[in-house]
Write a protein that binds this ligand. Structure first.
Ligand SMILES: Nc1nc2c(c(=O)[nH]1)N[C@H]1C(S)=C(S)[C@@H](COP(=O)(O)O)O[C@H]1N2
Ligand SMILES: [Mo]
Length: 420
């Protein structure tokens, strides 16, 4: 038998295939998604699910073609030129992936959502939770929302490149944001069915991906408290993205979509939700996702909630453009609500002109597409600027306030192009 044949045989056996997909075998999948794989089932899985050789290193299942993505460790940032010519939505195959660990493969047929805690009637214990199967959730009335999900560190790289400030974390440009149509069940409906009480104050959704280890310290599974007021308002338990079942990398079978809030709130591969009659905490609302630094309290600000205003051009970074009149395209969005207008400057911020909005009834939870006619006057280097203002009057300043973890970079970004 030649090397590799055994693995292929394993994968054509359906029973084996199903057993390795089940949640109880996630450890294996984690291995297959991580480095250092040797042989056996894991190798077979790598071959089956990793259409792209890169996924062996990233732990991301979908292909990451270099024209659409920039890989950063276990994450993939979308290149903004990948949105050029697209409609309103970000297609799932271009949507950024932010994974603390690796994408787990979870079988919807054996999956359960488990709710427990002191904020539910009769305070069910963690090991005696109220359970909903995937089929149970599909029997609730379905709801569809169009909403962005954006990583809190989107634009982080510009703290260093535009402001000369050192921050920790992945140096993203502006590509860790996407807008999708999410279909699922209102979280409020499921919480009510589970018996949420008036005393409940916080919920803690937790993912089924592996424990997150930060510099040798095991922080447990990804989880972040959410106030009951937000949980009951507009949060979705999503099982579809853009009309198709949620893909593995985006939380299959079920994820939270927490509109307008920091991306970390939208827990993927949702496994359980603690509902408590007292405030909850996790590293994701204490040591991360607050602002830290000289201008902030020692313990940081309050946990971050809404995202801020941003704008991006649908152009490759540092690209060459022809010396003739042309239309520039881009999108602006804000966690505060609707975008009122976007202005563009092609002369380094001396003069600004309004961009033409292409979406006339802005979705407060989505973005606005815009275009801007430009007639370059000379050849050479330009820094294109775009700044939006939202319905609260919030806009994009020339610089972003420094914080050590590089969150919420809302300043105007200088997008380099060369007219040739
Ligand atoms: N279980 C789990 N949920 C998670 C994460 C994760 O690593 N594990 N990453 C969070 C972060 S930081 C972001 S920005 C979004 C990214 O969602 P996406 O990968 O579908 O784009 O998922 C959030 N939900
Ligand atoms: Mo994030």
């Amino acid at each position: 038998m030649r090397p590799g044949e055994q693995d292929e045989a394993d994968l054509t056996d359906e029973a084996t295939y199903e057993s390795v997909r089940s949640p109880s075998r996630r450890g294996l999948l984690r291995m297959s998604a991580g480095a250092g794989l040797t042989a056996g089932l894991g190798a077979g899985l790598t071959a089956a699910f990793a259409q792209d050789p890169a996924s062996a290193a990233t732990g991301i299942v979908k292909p990451l073609p270099p024209e659409s993505f920039i890989e950063h460790g276990t994450n993939a940032e979308m290149r903004w030129e990948a949105m050029r010519g697209q409609g309103y939505l970000t297609p799932a195959d271009r949507f950024f992936v932010r994974n603390h660990v690796a994408t787990p493969l979870i079988d919807a047929r054996t999956w359960r959502l488990r709710l427990w805690g002191t904020g539910l009637r009769d305070s069910p214990a963690e090991d005696r939770p109220i359970e909903f199967s995937y089929a149970d959730l599909r029997r609730f009335p379905a709801e569809t929302i169009t909403s962005f999900i954006e990583c809190t560190g989107n634009g982080r790289g510009f703290y260093a490149s535009q402001q000369g400030q050192e921050v920790s974390g992945t140096p993203w440009r502006l590509g860790v944001v996407g807008v999708a149509r999410w279909r699922g069940v209102r979280l409020s409906a499921v919480l009510r069915r589970a018996g949420i009480t008036r005393q409940a104050v916080d919920i803690m959704p937790r993912g089924l991906d592996a424990d997150y280890v930060d510099k040798g310290e095991n922080l447990g599974r990804v989880r972040r408290p959410l106030p009951v007021a937000k949980a009951m308002k507009d949060v979705l338990l999503a099982y579809e993205m853009n009309g198709a079942p949620l893909p593995p990398d985006h939380g299959h079978p079920v994820r939270l979509v927490v509109p307008s809030w920091v991306g970390i709130a939208s827990i993927k591969w949702l496994g359980d939700i603690q509902v408590a009659d007292e405030p909850l905490s996790s590293p994701w609302n204490t040591r991360y996702y607050r602002l830290f630094g000289p201008s902030y309290p020692e313990e940081g600000t309050a946990p971050l909630t809404r995202m801020n205003v941003k704008s991006a051009f649908e152009l490759p970074w540092d690209t060459a453009l022809p010396a003739r009149p042309q239309l520039l395209h881009g999108r602006s969005w804000s966690g505060n609500g609707r975008i009122r207008h976007t202005e563009v400057s092609v002369d380094g911020g001396r003069t600004w002109r309004r961009a033409r909005p292409l979406d006339h009834h802005p979705n407060p939870r989505g973005w606005v597409r815009w275009e801007f006619p430009w007639r370059p006057e000379r050849r050479g280097r330009y820094g294109l600027l775009a700044r939006a203002t939202d319905e609260t009057g919030a806009s994009q300043p020339p610089t972003a306030p420094y914080n050590t973890l590089g969150y919420l970079f809302g300043a105007v970004v200088r997008h380099p192009v060369t007219i040739v």
